[in-house]
Write a new protein. Structure first.
Lengths: 103, 486
C-alpha cells in the first residue's frame, strides 16, 4: 500500500481542523476541530509505522497514537467542563463573546 | 525490564502526596480542610530530599527514555523550590476563599509531577505526556473560581490556545517520526544529522517549537498570557508565570539541544528573532498596563524573550557555545523564579481582603507596610536587572554566553537585550515611585499578609539580594551542567 493515500487523508483532516478552529465561533465546534487535527496526527503515526518502519521493535508509532488518544480524551473532558462552566456563568459558548478582558 | 525506582523517587513521592491530599480533602470537614496545605509541603520536602540524594548521580531507566543527571536534578530542585514557595503564598488565599482547596492542591501537585518529568524525558512520547500533565491541571486551575466570569474566561482562552498549539506540535512530532523512524531524542539527532535537511523536516521542527512557544508565552503565542494571569486565582497565575514557563524551557532545551542539535544553524536564527520580537512586544505592552497582574504578565512575556536569547546563539556542533547557552538559560530561570514568585506574593498580600490590583492602589504602600514595599521594590529592581540583585547576574550570564563566540547576530541580540532592559525599567520604576512617593488613601484596612506569605516573601527577598551579592551560589551549580544530553 502506498503512503500517499494515508498522508493525503491526514493532511486534509489537519487542514479541515485548522479551518474549523479559525472559522468556527462556537467553542464546542472549535474543540471538535482540534480533535480532527489530533486524529490527523494519529493517522500519520500509524501510517508511518505500518508502511515505513514495520520492523521497528519499539512500535513507537502505534504507542504514540495510543497515548494521543488517551490524552485527547482527557483534554476533551476538561474542555467540555470549562465550556459548560462558561455557559452557566455567561449563557453563551461563542468564543467572540468571551471578551471581558482585552489588552 | 527493570525499573530504577531511585531515579523516579521524587516523582513517586509527589504522586503519593497528591493522592494523600485528595483523600484528606475527602475525609476532612470545614476548617480542617486547610491541613491539606501542610500535607503538600511535607510531601514536597520529601521529594526534595530524594532529589538531593540524586545529585551527582548518572542514571537512566525505562530503556533510556528517562535519565537523571545534574542538569535534570537542578531543574527538579528549581521546580520543587517553586512549588514550596507557591504553596506558601497559596495557603491564606485559598483557605479564606473557601473554594476547592483539596482539588487545587491536588491539581497543583499533579501539574508539578509533569514538570519533574520534563527535564528527564529523552523521548518525544514522554515529553508530550509530561507537557500535557503540566497543562491539563493548569487549565482547570485557571478556571477554579467557577462563578467568577473572569476566571472562566481565563480558563477558556488558555484551554483553546493550549490544545491548538499542542495539536500543531503533535503534527510536527508525527512528521519527525516519519522522517527518522524513532521517537528517542538521541536517535532523532543521529538520523537528522545523517540525512539532508528537507524543507518539510524543518517545518516540522518549527511546529514542535510552536507547542513549547505557547508554554513559555513567546510572542505570536502569548495572547492567552495576560488574560489568563489576570483572570485566574493569583497563586495560579504565579505558577503559570514561573513554573509552567520553566517547564516549557526544559522541554525546549531537550528538543532543541538534543534532538535537533544538528539543525541548530536553521532554528537558532528563528528563535533569536522570536526572542527579539518577544521582549520588545512584551515590554511595549507592559508600558501601558494599569493592572499590576497584567503588568507582571507582560513583563513575564518580556522575560521569556530574554531567556530565549541564548537559544539564538546555538551553533551546531559547537559545544562551548551550546553549554554556555544552556547554563545561561538555567541561571536565568532560577533567578526569574526567585524574583517573580516574590512579586506575585506581594500582589496577593495587597489584593487580600480589599481586592485591589491596579497600580494606583499601590500608592503609599511604603507607609502601610514598609516590609512589603521594600520586598516589592527588590523584586521589581531585580526583574529590571539592576544591582545588587540577582537579575543583573542573570542578564550578565546571557551576555557571557554571547561573548563565547562573538557573531554579528549575537551582538544584535545583546543590543536588543540591553535596549529592552532600559525600556523595562520605565514601568518597573513607575510602580516603585507610586509605592514610595505617593500618599496612601485614607481609611484602608491594615495589610495582613499572614505568616506563610510573609516568610516566603522575606526568604525570596533575601534570596534575590544574596544571589545578587554572591551569584556563585547558583552559578557554581549551573557551571557543573555541561550538557543536557546523556
Amino acid at each position: 500500500m502506498s503512503l500517499v493515500g494515508p498522508l493525503l487523508l491526514a493532511t486534509f483532516l489537519f487542514c479541515v481542523g485548522i479551518y474549523g478552529v479559525i472559522a468556527r465561533r462556537n467553542a464546542v465546534l472549535v474543540l471538535m476541530s482540534v480533535e480532527l487535527m489530533l486524529n490527523a496526527v494519529n493517522i500519520n503515526l500509524v501510517a508511518f509505522q505500518n508502511l515505513l518502519f514495520p520492523a521497528e521493535a519499539a512500535v513507537s508509532g502505534h504507542l504514540f497514537a495510543l497515548f494521543i488518544i488517551a490524552v485527547a480524551a482527557a483534554e476533551v473532558g476538561v474542555g467540555l467542563a470549562i465550556v459548560l462552566n462558561l455557559f452557566r456563568t455567561r449563557a453563551t459558548v461563542n468564543v467572540d463573546d468571551v471578551d471581558l478582558m482585552r489588552w | 525490564m527493570l525499573i530504577d525506582w531511585v531515579a523516579i523517587a521524587p516523582e513517586i513521592a509527589l504522586t503519593i502526596t497528591a493522592l494523600i491530599v485528595l483523600g484528606a480533602d475527602l475525609s476532612l470537614r470545614g476548617e480542617a480542610k486547610q491541613l491539606v496545605n501542610p500535607l503538600a509541603v511535607v510531601g514536597t520536602l520529601v521529594a526534595i530530599g530524594f532529589t538531593l540524594y540524586l545529585w551527582g548521580d548518572e542514571r537512566s531507566t525505562f530503556a533510556g527514555q528517562f535519565v537523571i543527571n545534574d542538569y535534570a536534578v537542578l531543574f527538579k530542585l528549581l521546580f520543587l523550590g517553586s512549588l514550596l514557595a507557591i504553596l506558601g503564598i497559596s495557603w491564606r488565599f485559598f483557605a479564606e476563599g473557601r473554594y476547592f482547596q483539596g482539588e487545587y492542591y491536588f491539581l497543583l501537585l499533579t501539574s508539578f509531577i509533569g514538570m519533574l518529568l520534563l527535564p528527564s524525558a529523552r523521548d518525544l512520547i514522554l515529553l508530550f505526556i509530561a507537557l500535557e500533565t503540566v497543562s491539563i491541571p493548569a487549565f482547570v486551575m485557571a478556571g477554579l473560581r467557577k462563578r467568577d466570569l473572569y476566571s472562566s474566561e481565563a480558563a477558556m482562552k488558555f484551554f483553546l490556545i493550549g490544545v491548538l498549539s499542542v495539536a500543531l506540535m503533535l503534527f510536527g512530532m508525527s512528521m519527525v517520526y516519519g522522517f527518522t523512524g524513532t521517537t528517542e531524542l538521541a536517535g532523532i539527532a543521529e538520523a537528522v544529522g545523517e540525512g539532508e535537511s528537507v524543507p518539510l523536516l524543518l517545518a516540522s521542527v518549527m511546529l514542535i517549537f510552536v507547542g513549547f512557544g505557547f508554554k513559555i508565552s513567546a510572542v505570536p503565542f502569548h495572547f492567552w498570557a495576560p488574560d489568563t494571569y489576570a483572570g485566574s486565582p493569583m497563586p495560579v497565575a504565579a505558577m503559570l508565570a514561573v513554573a509552567s514557563k520553566a517547564a516549557g524551557f526544559a522541554g525546549l532545551i531537550a528538543v532543541a539541544f538534543i534532538a535537533f542539535e544538528p539543525l541548530a544553524d536553521v532554528w537558532a536564527p528563528v528563535l533569536g528573532v522570536l526572542a527579539i520580537v518577544t521582549m520588545t512586544v512584551g515590554n511595549l505592552f507592559a508600558l501601558q498596563q494599569r493592572d499590576v497582574i497584567r503588568l507582571l504578565a507582560y513583563s513575564s512575556v518580556a522575560q521569556a524573550g530574554y531567556i530565549l536569547v541564548p537559544f539564538g546563539l546555538a551553533q551546531s556542533g559547537h559545544l562551548a557555545v551550546n553549554d554556555a547557552a544552556i547554563q545561561a538559560v538555567l541561571f536565568y530561570l532560577v533567578a526569574y523564579a526567585v524574583m517573580n514568585i516574590g512579586a506575585f506574593g506581594v500582589a496577593i498580600a495587597v489584593n487580600r481582603r480589599t481586592g485591589m490590583r491596579s497600580i494606583s492602589d499601590y500608592a503609599g504602600l511604603s507607609q502601610r507596610s514598609p516590609l512589603l514595599a521594600l520586598a516589592f521594590t527588590t523584586f521589581l529592581i531585580s526583574l529590571g536587572g539592576a544591582p545588587p540583585t540577582v537579575g543583573l547576574w542573570a542578564k550578565y550570564w546571557i551576555l557571557r554566553a554571547v561573548a563565547v563566540d562573538i557573531t554579528p547576530f549575537g551582538i544584535a541580540l545583546a543590543v536588543f537585550l540591553i535596549i529592552n532592559s532600559v525600556i523595562a525599567f520605565f514601568y518597573y520604576l513607575r510602580v516603585i515611585r507610586t509605592m514610595w512617593m505617593d500618599d496612601a488613601p485614607a481609611g484602608l484596612p491594615a495589610l495582613q499578609p499572614g505568616f506563610n506569605l510573609s516568610v516566603v516573601v522575606v526568604v525570596l527577598m533575601f534570596g534575590t539580594v544574596l544571589l545578587g551579592v554572591l551569584p556563585g551560589l547558583a552559578g557554581n551549580f549551573a557551571d557543573v551542567v555541561t550538557l543536557a544530553g546523556g
